[in-house]
Ligand binder design. Structure first.
Ligand code: SF4
Length: 80
């Protein structure tokens, strides 16, 4: 497992907090999340470490990342 990029994590958390304060919502639909995770599942940058699935590019845990509206794929592989 690659060490987490704490600077990126802090930046993502700040972006998510600002969005949540403004919109009172942060989650994408279950369908969008499932679509994103399907792309991650076949992505060469995905690292499976037991039940944890980590993106090697951004170091995020994809099951958490894919559910947030403020997140995007660092390789622009997600379509939603
Ligand atoms: S977020 Fe993008 S680059 Fe990372 S594992 Fe998923 S599809 Fe691949």
């Amino acid at each position: 497992m690659k060490p987490f990029d704490l600077k990126k994590a802090a930046s993502s958390a700040w972006r998510a907090l600002k969005y949540f304060v403004k919109h009172r919502s942060l989650a994408v639909s279950e369908g969008v999340k499932a679509q994103r995770l399907k792309v991650c599942d076949s992505c060469p940058y995905l690292h499976r470490w037991g039940r944890l699935h980590q993106c090697r590019v951004c170091t995020c845990l994809v099951h958490a990342k894919a559910g947030l509206i403020t997140e995007s794929c660092p390789k622009n592989l997600w379509t939603s």
